[in-house]
Design a protein around this ligand. Sequence first.
Ligand code: FAD
Length: 524
Amino acid sequence: MGELGAFLKIHRVGFHKRDPAERVRDYRRYFELQDEQELRRQGARCMDCGIPFCHEGCPLGNLIPDWNDLVYRGKWREAIDTLHATNNFPEFTGRICPAPCESACVLAINDQPVSIEQIEMAIAERAFAEGWVVAEPPVRRTGRSVGVIGAGPAGMAVADELNRCGHQVTVYERDEGVGGLMRFGVPDAKLEKRVIDRRAAILEQEGIEFRCDVDVGRDVSSAELRARHDALVIATGSRVHRDLDVPGRQLAGIHFAMDYLYQRNRYVASLEGRPFRATAPGREISAAGKRVLVVGGGDTGMDCISNSHREGARSVVMLDVYAELPPDGRDARHPWPLPPKRTHSTYALEEGGKRRWGTEVTGFGGRDGAVSHVYARKVTGTSSRDLTPVPGSEFVLEADLVLIAIGFSGPEREGPIDELGIELDHRGNIRTEMTYRTSVDGVFACGDARIGQSLVVTAIAEGRKCARVVNRALGGTPMDQDRELLAIGAWSGEADRTLRHEAEAAGTVRAGEEFFSGPGDRGR
Ligand code: FAD
């Protein structure tokens, strides 16, 4: 694996990032791949660890040392087959995954981790450029049909897997394009939407039908879909905003971050001639020339900062309740191999703006009904549920636009959940007693709707695992890679379940049958 001892003499070279002062003037991707020679050198750094913790760090169980080695040897074709064996959409995760695999890389204990994400993207892009990623429709149709509600990464992955099993899959999506939060939350600077369209076109050629502009619960009832299909999968994401319950919240100029990000992404779509829904007159949210205050220090907040800069905001400040990180970016509660909750800087902060750590908003003040300033104070604590105000630390900031980016509390109840009477768990997510099965017969759930706000890589993993359970319920033969892949991350989040149990629940391993834990050798 890799070059013996290369990690001692070759240093990490990450993505080439464009100059922040230049990239902030456009909406194009802000990073580029290194050249092939450098990528192969980076692959050589992989240490062939006895226990590759990167596997454990990746929710997909990506076969990282294997494809690092294949890239090092210049075997790109084999590399994409190995990558596709565990990841349906490496071109998405290669761009926007926070790379928990890199946090878990053994090299990261005392050095810079292997540049795994960059290698992943390079493999995916090489494969598309070479024409290796082409439609592979199933050779046989089962005659069974599945409806998937929601075309985010979870819905796309579950649809892809079930279509491969030969089931006829229709995906219902209320927005005008597929991709979920990847399309309407994540900016083009991180993930160009043509990349989503490119994959969606292949999925369509393979036989999946995407019906956009269909809001289930409004345009068609869930009961009707349940009757139309042999199985229904709910992959509607976690979309109920967390709000700030503070005085002055009703003032004009205070918005949820996602309302702003939807508009910005649609604006870029309009520039590029892609279909988009126009914003209703009077509902526009703009940061141009404004003092922007972003509440919340996660990905959503960062994407608000990046868009505000591109719009020409006068100033941008982010308030984050978490304590400032030590310079190495790891707080004591997230030692190796755990991924850190926050990073010291991000692409957005490199472009400008300021983050104030350990601060909490206590209220808003305004003039003529519009927000003009924000009241805040310093706090200590380890999570937003455990904050202690610092006495005498109150301060006031001026702001004309406030964007609330403090997360999501769960899936929307209106629509499929209420219509079908689906039970929720104590956190307000869809309850799935038996793995991925909801309380309603024939209805399954996966992605953020089931586990809460997460990551694209987790959503894809959710879709893949859910598909196995649905396939089994439809009487399909276990997918040929199941026995191997189940062992990699087939975990439902319930402590009393073992991998073996999961495999049996999914019906892909029967009592008495051998249970493999190694990777499969078949490509996509
Ligand atoms: P979603 O992506 O939310 O997709 C759900 C889909 O269901 C949507 O398309 C929605 O329109 C549709 N839907 C909902 N209700 C209905 C209905 N009734 N009828 C029809 N369709 C319906 N993760 C990363 O890994 N890296 C990042 O850089 C990153 N950045 C992010 C930035 C932002 C601003 C946000 C908000 C999230 C980010 N995430 C990131 C998280 C990641 O995008 C999500 O975890 C992931 O998209 C969840 O996938 P999902 O398919 O479960 O749900």
